[in-house]
Write a protein that binds this ligand. Structure first.
Ligand SMILES: [Zn+2]
Length: 94
């Protein structure tokens, strides 16, 4: 399950509004809180709804002397673990 989720994130095949809108499942591609495209970059770096995730990822990157960016986050084991755990305990399936 973890591998499936992380692969989807890496491919950008996520169930966020930008993609759901393309297949006609939601009316707007925008985040329900922010008036901007809800894609994986928005989710991981910008959305105030995921503030706690952003804090944890930033801290993990700092701890492991890694740059805080998408590439690091999706390729560093420790970051992937943080991300997966965050989604799991909140029952978020992207
Ligand atoms: Zn948002």
């Amino acid at each position: 399950m973890k591998d499936v989720q992380i692969t989807r994130l890496r491919l950008g095949h996520v169930q966020l509004n930008q993609n759901l809108h393309k297949i006609g499942q939601v009316d707007s591609p925008n985040c329900s809180v922010c008036d901007t495209d809800e894609d994986i970059h928005h989710f991981i770096f910008q959305c105030p709804k995921q503030k706690e995730l952003q804090r944890q990822l930033k801290q993990t990157c700092t701890d492991h002397r890694k740059a805080y960016n998408m590439r690091t986050i999706l390729k560093t084991k420790e970051c992937v673990d943080v991300l997966y755990e965050y989604l799991r305990i909140r029952n978020i399936f992207l």
